[in-house]
Design a protein around this ligand. Structure first.
Ligand SMILES: Nc1ncnc2c1ncn2[C@@H]1O[C@H](COP(=O)(O)OP(=O)(O)OP(=O)(O)O)[C@@H](O)[C@H]1O
Ligand SMILES: [Mg+2]
Length: 273
């Protein structure tokens, strides 16, 4: 029974390589990427180079995975896109970030958020002393009751376990449930691009697959998803496209199936557990 369930879930995880989004884009000639970063170079305030030269493209509805060893520049790339680097005085020295064609290179986090980018940062930050329900609106309640209810319904459909615990304090949830809550919160305003940094970090292996199944469901509803994760087996199953970063540069990229039979660990693109 458990095996049958697992097989079903793995089948759910697998993406059709010729994704409907790609076919639709080809058919309509619609070529505006959801996210495009070109030639990004970031220097931290202390002079350290965070990334040297990172370019990546994420098409509407696509799931893109970013891999690389510690210090490769994955988080720096994510924070350059979301605008959070700028809040601490770190500069994008070169390059450009566009969301659906809109230049957000110099934008503040609330501006990239308004453009449709939602980020789930490393080490899921939930508000421990607020209930699950209150966490979902802690970053700004949606105007209008109807809208708020629809948003709650959407995220609770995705994570039914959170619906069961909606009145509980977030600090009492397990690590996996806190990660679900962090993802759910970022979905409340229906972002067009969801970026999740180290989604499974520190979580028991048995919790990885349900989170990737959720990523798959999220992308099926429209948003593009960028995932940074060391659980490369599952990430490669859900992703359409991958970028391998090393020393602040894109070392390789391509459709996920190109990497499915590669041992990313052996070639040094990811760290061991
Ligand atoms: N706040 C900071 N100040 C100075 N240098 C930083 C800062 N954050 C990151 N760096 C440097 O930038 C480079 C890229 O780091 P980054 O955190 O983006 O890598 P990463 O790929 O996310 O690594 P990890 O797998 O450990 O999360 C590293 O050389 C790192 O030391
Ligand atoms: Mg990181």
């Amino acid at each position: 029974m458990a095996t049958a369930q697992n097989e079903m879930r793995c089948a759910e995880l697998r993406r059709d390589p010729a994704s409907p989004v790609d076919s639709a884009a080809a058919a309509t000639g619609h070529a505006i990427p959801a996210l495009r970063a070109s030639g990004l170079k970031v220097r931290y305030r202390n002079g350290a180079v965070g990334i040297e030269d990172v370019s990546l493209t994420v098409n509407p509805g696509q799931i893109v995975a970013l891999f690389g060893p510690n210090g490769a520049g994955k988080t720096t790339t994510v924070r350059a896109i979301s605008g959070f680097l700028r809040t601490e005085g770190t500069k994008i020295v070169n390059g450009r970030v566009e969301i659906f064609g809109k230049d957000v290179t110099a934008a503040e986090p609330h501006e990239t958020y308004a453009a449709g980018v939602a980020t789930v940062p490393e080490r899921r930050k939930v508000f421990s002393s607020l209930t699950v329900d209150d966490n979902l609106v802690a970053l700004g309640a949606l105007p209008g009751r109807g809208q708020r209810k629809a948003a709650y319904d959407r995220v609770y459909d995705l994570f039914p376990i959170l619906a069961e615990r909606r009145g509980q304090l977030a600090g009492r949830l397990s690590g996996g449930q806190q990660q679900m809550l962090a993802i759910a919160r970022s979905l409340m305003r229906q972002p067009r691009v969801l970026i999740i940094d180290e989604m499974t970090l520190g979580l028991h292996h048995s919790l990885h697959e349900p989170l990737f199944v959720a990523v798959r469901q999220i992308a099926a509803q429209g948003p593009s998803v960028v995932i940074v994760d060391e659980s490369t087996g599952f990430a490669l199953k859900v992703a359409d496209y991958c970028y391998l970063l090393g020393a602040g540069q894109v070392r390789d990229s391509g459709p996920a199936e190109k990497f499915r039979n590669n041992d990313l660990l052996a070639v040094g693109y990811v760290e061991g557990d």
